[in-house]
Design a protein around this ligand. Structure first.
Ligand code: SAM
Length: 220
């Protein structure tokens, strides 16, 4: 981090970034300490979870547009969390908290079953090499975890610009018995959501000639 960002980070982090007990790795989250969401946000409101917001480009805009929801975001990349904190401070929105933590641990250990109204997974790391596909976040085990955390009727919104990852998401999520594909196009994809801003990652994908796919699933 540049010194200017480091100073801002030290000053502002406590207002936005939650500290939770972790295991050996600093981005892990220890079991046995579920979050008290009412205490964290100072109110009770529908919960949205964003997984991997990067530098917070979509997170900050989308949370600002929906002050009636609380947004909890898991991002492992510290400079991304720091830049998001700066954006939150500049926009003065109060309905976002961040964890510099692994989202799988976070969903599993901090949140209870049927507790989340919406999950956002926009442009997860694509791991394009075939030998790295096993590192992709959205697989059967992750779908099972997300489906169990969503409330009945809750929504999982995803986007990716990698065709084979989009196909992988479709095959895993279409097959999940607790998830219903509520994509808005006839072939089961979704129109781009008007509230989802164009991020740097997405722009890069478009410039490289890739097709962006949006997906939308509802917990049955
Ligand atoms: C390709 S970037 C996309 C960032 C952002 N969603 C966007 O559209 O601009 C993927 C992000 O997910 C984060 N990430 C990857 N695995 C994660 C995990 N298990 N838990 C939390 N964040 C994760 C990465 O650090 C990275 O910032």
């Amino acid at each position: 981090m540049r010194p200017v960002h480091l100073r801002a980070w030290e000053r502002l982090r406590h207002a936005y970034v939650l500290e939770v007990p972790h295991r050996a790795a600093s981005t892990s989250i220890a079991p046995g300490h579920p979050l008290d969401l009412a205490a964290v946000f100072g109110r009770t409101a529908p919960l949205v979870v964003e997984i991997g917001p990067g530098t917070g480009e979509s997170l900050v805009a989308m949370a600002a547009a929906r002050p009636e929801v609380d947004v909890l975001a898991f991002e492992v990349y510290l400079p991304g969390v720091a830049r998001t904190v700066n954006k939150l401070h500049e926009t003065e929105i109060t309905n976002v908290r961040l964890l510099q933590s692994d989202a799988v641990d976070g969903l599993r250990n901090l949140l209870g079953p049927d507790s989340v109204q919406e999950v956002w997974t926009f442009f997860p790391d694509p791991w394009p090499k075939v030998r790295h596909h096993k590192r992709r976040l959205v697989d059967r085990a992750f779908a099972q975890l997300v489906a169990g955390r969503l409330r009945p009727g809750g929504l999982w919104r995803l986007a990716t610009d990698w065709a084979d990852y989009a196909a992988q998401m479709r095959s895993v999520l279409d097959a999940h018995p607790a998830l219903e594909n509520v994509g808005t196009t006839a072939d089961g994809w979704s129109e781009r959501d008007a509230d989802r801003p164009l991020t740097r990652f997405e722009q890069r994908g478009i410039e490289a000639g890739r097709t962006v796919r949006d997906l939308r699933y509802r917990r049955r």
